[in-house]
Write a protein that binds this ligand. Structure first.
Ligand code: HEC
Length: 156
């Protein structure tokens, strides 16, 4: 119950914080730079998810300290998604998996960001508890929030 209440409060704060509007890339150079930065954010998120996924699948032992560290990083990076995806690059030729609807369905996209913010916050709390099954369950929720956004807003 305490876990749930805490993550709900964080979620509400996260939702109210996400209010910015999109802007269009001004040039090919601006679009290229935007792409590089947004892919960097996701590359780092992905690299912190690796060990967590392995823990959830039982490929490596659950390590609460590592889970806390990576959940904290993913949480911090999740707060960057909105800023780094605000610039609409859809008019430019880029090698990107980002779908154009990111800039057309911003409210829906922001909900997907909030889901990751909440899930990573929830994993931090689970890691503090040290409870293995709670940690695995919380990693699963983080993974679902990645997949949920990818289903709607990422190619492949
Ligand atoms: C709010 C939406 C959203 C969430 C949440 C999200 N992603 Fe993504 N992700 C994207 C989009 C959009 C791209 C494509 C970026 C591009 O190619 O411009 C992407 C790309 C990636 C990439 C490829 C990066 C690259 O260099 O091309 C990885 C890895 C990745 N995501 C992992 C994750 C993981 C792991 C999570 C969860 C912990 C996650 N993502 C959560 C939207 C999201």
């Amino acid at each position: 119950m305490k876990l749930l209440a805490k993550s709900l409060i964080t979620g509400l704060l996260a939702v109210t914080a996400l209010t910015a509007t999109a802007q269009t890339a001004k040039s090919q150079k601006h679009a290229d730079r935007t792409l590089k930065m947004r892919q960097s954010v996701f590359t780092l998120i992905g690299s912190n998810m690796g060990a967590l996924g392995a823990m959830a699948k039982g490929k490596i032992p659950v390590n609460a300290e590592l889970a806390k560290k990576n959940a904290t990083r993913i949480n911090q990076l999740s707060f960057m998604i909105e800023d780094y995806l605000r610039t609409d690059t859809s008019k430019f030729k880029l090698e990107t998996d980002a779908l154009d609807n990111i800039w057309q369905e911003q409210e829906k996209f922001n909900k997907r960001i909030s889901a990751l913010i909440e899930a990573s916050e929830n994993l931090k709390i689970a890691a503090d508890s040290g409870d293995e099954s709670a940690i695995k369950k919380a990693i699963g929720r983080v993974g679902k929030s990645c997949g949920g956004c990818h289903d709607d807003f990422k190619a492949e």
